[in-house]
Design a binder for this molecule. Structure first.
Ligand code: PHE
Length: 461
């Protein structure tokens, strides 16, 4: 097998559409699908939230994703430089460069807490292996989780290990690091998740889970939960922060962006729903486990069940390996845009760029570690440091950047650019896409953002 990227042009490109699909799916599928989607679905009452999330993916996420891949492929550089080139080419105001900047900053912010949560998953792998959860009840499981969260040194240790893993792959570069890693990790992830699903189907309350996930109860929906669904649809597709733009920059010419994006979005949704269908049957089979438990849902509920099943600990170990793998391939894409920019414009080599950025995200991550112990009582409104980071990125920065992308591509940029980049697409689909991007995305994202923020702050205040 030859190299994954073709280096014959002046810029590198993925060697095939499939490598791009796997890399972008690796970025999209992560803690957002396996950890966050189930817990926020639990917090927001189930079916109605899932429905709004699916509508957001279809109507807002997919069109913005096409726009981001298109911008990336057009610019063939890091998101910051791409935006700079496209705005100056068209003689536009420098304000639009903020799309690149906001994105790169959001990426580092997300990476900071992402690596802490991924660290929890790492910590659970040896615990499963050692048999810590053999026969535990929900209270003991909660106690284990609370003890872990109280132990700063352990949290920082696992967070650091995860950061090193991320920085290590990205240092190897796009060719050897990213491409090679996703080709192995992505298929493995699917197989492991499928095994989990079969396990949950056989051992859990599958009917209750399906009802919870797919039977919409609209009374559970508030402006805040709709904003959460919108923010999550961007988070889960890795939009609004340059990851997809950065990966799009390596996309070969002549491949259909539309079909590729649809494939990635479909895979992402399927993984999230599979994770939900693997976790909720287990939750509902054990009264006493609260579906609305929040971030701990995955880490407290599941171990009880693994500990109760014959052979469950091996499945549990496999499960947390899966979570780590998914988080890893996403974390890679969180740091890549900033790395690409430092190399391109600041003359860094890959290694130093990674060390510098990894260190910044790691330092910020200490704030997240502390918000589960020393700083737990130190809150802004009802947000801890971690809550504030999550809120700032998923519910403000990502939708805002998505909004700017939609306005930029739909209204500001010369029409000829998307027309030539999306030349090979079906012309009806192209017109539909442009129409949605112009008339649906900006008002919908704008309204959800404003109403959601209003709801959040009036409820908190
Ligand atoms: N999409 C990833 C997930 O669902 C997280 C992510 C967000 C990755 C933004 C890159 C950019 O876990």
């Amino acid at each position: 097998m030859s190299s994954i990227l073709s280096q014959t042009q002046s810029y590198p490109t993925w060697s095939s559409r499939w490598v791009f699909i796997m890399a972008a799916t690796g970025s999209a599928v992560g803690l957002g699908n396996i950890w966050k989607f189930p817990y926020i679905t639990g917090e927001n009452g189930g079916g109605a939230f899932v429905l709004v999330y699916l509508v957001c993916i279809l109507l807002l996420g997919i069109p913005v994703m096409v726009a981001e891949v298109m911008l990336g492929r057009r610019g063939r550089q890091s998101p910051i430089s791409t935006m700079r080139q496209l705005t100056s080419e068209a003689g536009l105001h420098g304000f639009w460069n903020s799309i690149g900047w906001l994105g790169v900053i959001a990426g580092l912010f997300i990476l900071s807490f992402y690596s802490v949560i991924a660290g929890w998953a790492l910590a659970y792998i040896p615990e499963m292996g050692k048999g810590t959860f053999q026969g535990v009840d929900p209270i003991e499981s909660q106690l284990f989780f609370d003890t872990l969260l109280a132990d700063k040194a352990r949290l920082i240790g696992w967070q650091s290990l995860f950061m090193l893993m991320t920085v290590g792959v990205v240092t190897c570069g796009v060719v050897r690091g990213l491409g090679a890693a996703v080709r192995i990790l992505m298929p493995l992830l699917f197989v492991l998740l499928l095994a989990m699903l079969v396990f949950a189907y056989r051992e859990g309350d599958f009917a209750a889970a399906i009802k919870f996930l797919f039977w919409p109860d609209f009374s559970a929906l508030t402006g805040r939960s709709i904003l959460e669904a919108l923010g999550h649809s961007f988070f889960t597709l890795s939009l609004g922060m340059g990851s997809i733009m950065a990966y799009g920059a390596y996309m070969p010419v002549g491949t259909s962006i539309g079909k590729t994006v649809l494939t990635i979005a479909l895979l992402d949704v399927v993984v999230a729903l599979m994770a939900g269908m693997a976790i909720f049957p287990i939750v509902f089979a054990h009264p006493g486990i609260n579906p609305a438990a929040g971030p701990e849902l995955l880490f407290v509920s599941l171990p009880v069940v693994f500990g109760a099943m014959p052979g469950g600990l091996a499945v549990g170990m496999l499960f947390f390996i899966l979570v780590t793998i998914a988080a890893w391939s996403s974390a890679i894409s969180l740091i890549e845009p900033a790395v690409a920019w430092l190399i391109e414009k600041r003359g860094f080599n890959r290694f130093t760029a990674n060390i510098v950025l990894g260190f910044i995200a790691w330092t910020l991550g200490i704030g997240t570690v502390l918000s589960f112990n020393d700083w737990a009582g130190f809150t802004l409104g009802d947000f801890t440091f971690f809550g504030a980071m999550d809120f700032l990125t998923s519910r403000i920065m990502l939708p805002l950047t998505g909004l700017f992308v939609a306005i930029f591509v739909g209204w500001v940029m010369p029409r000829a650019t998307p027309q030539s980049e999306l030349d090979g697409e079906d012309s009806l689909m192209f017109s539909l896409w442009l129409w949605v991007l112009r008339y649906i995305c900006p008002p919908a994202i704008g309204v959800v953002l404003l109403v959601g923020l209003y709801d959040t702050f009036t409820a908190a205040g």
